[in-house]
Design a binder for this molecule. Structure first.
Ligand SMILES: Cc1cc2nc3c(=O)[nH]c(=O)nc-3n(C[C@H](O)[C@H](O)[C@H](O)COP(=O)(O)OP(=O)(O)OC[C@H]3O[C@@H](n4cnc5c(N)ncnc54)[C@H](O)[C@@H]3O)c2cc1C
Length: 402
């Protein structure tokens, strides 16, 4: 996105990526539906960025959800608003969008250089002079050096490293004094330590239409039982808070409501009609329509000692507490928390220590839930960094276009 903005304003642009092709993370994101942005009001949207809101606000205002949708449409991908206000391209995937985008970039004269791994600068200590020499390792082992007036780093976080973003840049930037918070998993599954019986029977089984509450916040959706815990939207929504609580206290609790459409009294009333010959499982299935995995989860939460009275069982169905002992690793996370601390960049996203070098996207230290907020902030900061870069180059006389 930064390349497009810079090229549109007349700059001579090259994009380097160490992977054999560009945009692999975007393609991966598109596999489960490319959620470009969210249709809620801009103030609510900005609130999703938590403490980073004030630093992202100007960028999101200047290239917000409407601009992002218009951009997608300009590439032949109209957008639609799906359930819960999320915005998707019509094709739902990223492939057509990325293909059209790369054609556009080449048409604008942007040089695409895949298989080039950025490894820092040719000079050990990059200066704040008007140009810098960047160093890359090619896939064939040779070194390539490129002189640039402006550099926009958009190297991502460290989730799903096999599609490119492996966080290798952290050492490089720390090496020149830039403060970087450790990259941590965000929007990620949780580890629970299931019993072997539960995993053996239910790994890969969805828990449909549940609600998960933590810290007074409830999120509804489907979750999936994994070999080590749970994943899925309502789990991801709590994962940052869980991650931080586990770091502090060694564990965290998630309360699962297995029947969010019924009040606890109604659940108890329905459980009041137990046939004498009904097993506990049959009783739960017949009265409440609970699936085997939901009943298994109830047993898991109380050491297989399910309460016998309708009232106590109803309370458990509405509030089954799972002990969480950690989050899944960053390599399986949707996004990363941490990154270049926001006080290291100015309002244009330029590194204060390295004038002429700008940072955009997930490399920056902000996090947000799923729902299109990740791509929105990524695109917004890229546009802001590119515009800021051209403005800076003009002021500093760094060879920028007229
Ligand atoms: C499974 C999955 C689904 C997702 N779905 C959504 C979604 O629907 N909506 C949403 O908003 N977000 C989604 N995301 C998150 C979203 O994809 C990211 O937030 C976004 O791609 C971040 O963009 P970025 O440009 O900052 O980094 P990236 O997209 O990670 O791009 C960084 C690029 O830098 C390259 N690179 C890294 N290091 C170097 C180096 N040293 N030299 C050269 N190149 C390098 C990488 O190869 C990569 O191409 C999803 C993520 C995952 C994993």
């Amino acid at each position: 996105m930064a390349a497009e903005v810079l090229a549109n304003l007349g700059a001579d642009v090259a994009v380097f990526d160490h992977m054999p092709s560009m945009g692999r993370k975007l393609l991966l994101a598109g596999r489960s539906g490319l959620n470009l942005t969210h249709s809620e009001g801009i103030e609510d949207l900005l609130d999703r960025y938590g403490p980073a809101r004030s630093r992202l606000e100007a960028a999101v205002h200047s290239f917000g959800p409407d601009a992002l949708r218009a951009w997608s449409e300009s590439l032949g991908e109209d957008t639609y608003i799906g359930t819960s206000g999320r915005v998707f391209p019509d094709s739902w995937r990223a492939t057509p969008l990325l293909r059209a985008w790369l054609v556009r970039l080449v048409g604008l004269g942007v040089r695409l250089e895949p298989r080039h791994r950025w490894s820092g600068w040719a000079d050990t200590a990059p200066s704040a002079s008007s140009s810098q020499t960047l160093r890359f390792f090619r896939a064939n082992g040779t070194v390539h050096e490129e002189e640039a007036d402006i550099t926009v780093l958009a190297l991502g976080g460290a989730s799903w490293p096999r599609v490119g973003s492996d966080g290798g840049w952290v050492t490089i930037l720390r090496g020149v004094g830039v403060r970087v918070q450790d990259l941590q998993p965000s929007n990620v599954g949780v580890e629970t330590g299931w019993s072997p019986h539960f995993v053996g029977r239910f790994e890969g089984t969805p828990l449909k239409n549940i609600a998960i509450t933590r810290g007074g916040r409830t999120v509804r959706g489907d979750a999936m039982v994994t070999v080590s815990g749970l994943e899925g939207l309502p789990v991801y929504s709590h994962s940052s808070a869980v991650r931080d609580e586990v770091a502090r206290n060694g564990r965290s609790l998630l309360a699962v409501d297995l029947h969010p459409d019924l009040a606890v009294d109604e659940v108890a009333r329905r459980l009041g009609r137990r046939r004498p010959k009904d097993s506990l499982s049959n009783w739960l299935r017949r009265s409440l329509g609970l699936s085997p995995v939901a009943i298994g989860l109830l047993r898991e939460c109380c050491g297989n000692e399910l309460p016998g009275t309708p009232e106590a069982l109803a309370r458990l169905v509405k509030h089954a507490e799972i002990v969480v002992v950690g989050t899944t690793g960053i390599e399986r996370a949707i996004s990363s928390a941490g990154g270049v601390t926001l006080d290291e960049v100015d309002d244009r996203f330029m590194l204060r220590r390295l004038p002429g070098t700008f940072v955009a996207g997930e490399m920056l230290d902000w996090e947000a839930p799923t729902g299109g907020y990740l791509l929105q902030a990524t695109f917004s900061t890229a546009v802001a960094a590119a515009r800021g870069a051209l403005q800076w180059a003009k002021i500093s006389g760094g060879g920028a276009p007229e």
